[in-house]
Ligand binder design. Structure first.
Ligand code: NAD
Length: 277
């Protein structure tokens, strides 16, 4: 029987744990989202983050700025948030307007409040196997595998994609968890040769249905990170449903990795709250 890795069930369990952990606390974690300009997709993401904070009893605020704000002005705003003891987590919603250097802005967030896990100190600590904030999607994937008691030790994990927010950090996280990891990308030759060897296949390429049954071996665990909106409003992933037939477990799209990304952000915000100075 094929196991469906239900991200809604796993994220609900995490939210319950967080609510429980906070039930005796008078102080609450406070997440601040910095939003520049009026990108419609960003508005939706920010709304979802606020909703999730509300569900678990976290405080959340959105700091909105006109797209004409300068980089120096944004630095000043981040300085204020970095110094504010009532703010535990800060995320800057990407993309930013083209006159602002996103990496410079990320570098300006205090690493102790960087709940997106994008700051070089957190990225470095992850690669050293030290305590750090880990990008929300990879953290959510790890928690999804744990929720379904899928052991990663000594497993061959193949990651398709090498982005800074998914591919690279999930590879580092699983390496730290004692998996054997292969990272593949757009210049990898004979991708199928690699994916067919995967005990656990993590797909974050951003190409709808690119992995079909020819790319996987029987019994594989598939984690599909891709999200594509179809013309009829439904969502599809990077994995074609034909691959599910061979899998021992797979994460569906929707209701797989998506809800776990939000859970990852909540876990990071709670960690920042606990470790506050
Ligand atoms: P990205 O575009 O930054 O990176 C894509 C990666 O895939 C690149 O490293 C590229 O080298 C690789 N790639 C492209 N074509 C390939 C090919 N033919 N073979 C092998 N590798 C190939 O994307 P991203 O930000 O990592 O996101 C990937 C997908 O995951 C997107 O669909 C995105 O919408 C989705 N996503 C979902 C969540 C979630 O919460 N579910 C979070 C982040 C991203």
């Amino acid at each position: 029987m094929t196991l469906i890795l239900n991200g809604v069930a796993a994220s609900t369990a995490i939210k319950e744990q967080l609510k429980q952990a906070l039930s005796q606390s008078r102080e609450k974690p406070h997440l601040v989202v910095v939003l520049v300009g009026q990108d419609p997709a960003s508005e939706v993401y920010v709304k979802n983050k606020q909703k999730a904070c509300h569900e678990v009893g976290f405080m959340s605020s959105v700091k909105r700025y006109e797209s004409s704000i300068t980089q120096d002005q944004l630095f000043n705003e981040l300085d204020k948030l970095n110094q504010d003891n009532d703010v535990h987590g800060i995320i800057v919603q990407l993309p930013l307007p083209s006159h602002i250097n996103a990496n410079a802005i990320i570098d300006h967030i205090s690493p102790h409040k960087d709940v997106d896990g994008f700051h070089p100190i957190n990225v470095g600590n992850l690669h050293r196997g030290q305590n750090s904030f880990v990008s929300a999607t990879p953290l959510g994937i790890l928690r999804l595998l744990e929720f379904y008691s899928i052991d990663v030790v000594s497993k061959h994990v193949v990651v398709v994609g090498r982005s800074n927010i998914v591919g690279k950090p999930i590879a580092a996280l699983l390496l730290n968890a004692n998996a054997t990891v292969t990272i593949t990308h757009s210049k990898t030759k004979n991708l199928m040769h690699h994916t067919q060897q995967a005990d656990i296949l993590i797909v974050a390429a951003g190409i709808k249905h690119m992995i079909n049954k020819d790319y996987v071996k029987k019994g594989v665990v598939i984690v599909d990170v891709g999200i594509h909106r179809n013309d009829d409003g439904t969502l599809s992933g990077d994995v074609h449903p034909s691959a599910y037939e061979l899998a021992s477990a797979y994460s569906p799209v929707p209701k797989g990795v998506g809800p776990m990304t939000i859970a990852g952000l909540l876990l990071n915000t709670y960690q920042a709250f606990q470790e506050r100075g």
